[in-house]
Design a protein around this ligand. Structure first.
Ligand code: BEZ
Ligand code: FE
Length: 285
């Protein structure tokens, strides 16, 4: 019987001292064995799978994390987000973290510019951070990062630039405001094994345009999310399944020369503006 080996492997974990490790490993084995039986996996196919994982490991280094990318395109990252960020009242929804967050981003003042020279159309971003009973959260740390208009994060360039990323702190009323870039669509890195997987399965590497946020404050659940651009054609086909309706926002186009909120001179450039009010759930929910 094919299931016999499954039972034997499951029993082999009987002496595992940590109950959670035992639970996770037994479930993993049950699902992996069921998958092999269901698709009648051939030995050649399993060799190809092992080779794929080997290449995924070999291309991974400090700057490139192909395993996260694999988890993202298989929807495992979003499934884990769903399991760990249960809906709580009006709390803002979370979405995938992605591989481009960097610790120690530069701090900007309220109204500052997080572009630091990155190419793209200026975008005024403003909103508030509150808790689920509507109290403003002063001093919340708001991390933001995004790709430039050529579709690249600063870490994808060979120089050591820091651009299109920053953090700021909410004011006494929970408000925040800054200049960023109007998000544009971009392709996730697809010159490696994950790109081959996408090509072989007829899938696109394109992500819907977005601006990343990570918002944290004492006693509140840290929120990792992004906002998407209403009207973007890619909203229904995001390569990593990150889009949620509640995160699609109106980025309102503004003509060049129209007055800016802080008096910045954009006489010869179009710009846009968006509002994103953020609600944080209590910690431990
Ligand atoms: C990102 O949005 O930065 C991202 C997310 C998942 C995979 C690649 C990039
Ligand atoms: Fe991104």
């Amino acid at each position: 019987m094919e299931e016999e080996v499954t039972d034997r492997v499951l029993r082999s974990f009987a002496d595992c001292a940590d109950p959670r490790t035992r639970e996770v490993m037994r479930s993993l084995v049950r699902h992996l064995h069921a998958f092999v039986r269901e698709v009648r996996l051939t030995e050649r196919e399993w060799d190809l799978g092992v080779d794929f994982l080997t290449r995924t490991g070999h291309i991974t280094d400090d700057r490139r994390q192909e395993f996260i990318l694999l988890s993202d395109v298989l929807g495992v990252s979003m499934q884990t987000v769903a399991v760990n960020n249960e809906a709580y009242g009006e709390a803002t929804e979370a979405t995938v973290f992605g591989p481009f967050f960097v610790e120690d981003s530069p701090e900007i003042e309220q109204g500052g510019d997080m572009a630091f020279g990155a190419r793209g159309e200026p975008c005024w971003v403003e909103g508030t951070v509150t808790d689920t009973v509507g109290e403003p959260v002063a001093g919340a740390r708001v991390e933001v990062w995004e790709a430039d208009e050529d579709g690249f994060y600063d870490t994808q360039y060979d120089d050591e630039r820091t651009a299109a990323r920053a953090h700021l702190f909410t004011d006494a009323d929970g408000g925040y405001r800054f200049w960023g870039l109007t998000p544009t669509p971009y392709a996730i890195p697809h010159d490696g094994p994950v790109g081959q997987l996408l090509a072989a399965t007829g899938r696109s590497p394109m992500r819907a345009s977005h601006l990343h946020f990570m918002v944290s404050a004492p006693a509140l659940r840290t929120l990792v999310t992004h906002i998407f651009v209403r009207g973007d054609e890619l909203l229904d086909s995001d390569a990593v399944f990150g889009v949620k309706d509640s995160l699609v926002k109106d980025f309102r186009p503004q003509d060049s020369g129209s007055p800016t909120p802080d008096g910045r001179d954009l006489a010869d450039r179009a710009w846009s503006r968006v509002r994103f009010d953020i609600v944080l759930a209590p910690d431990g929910t």
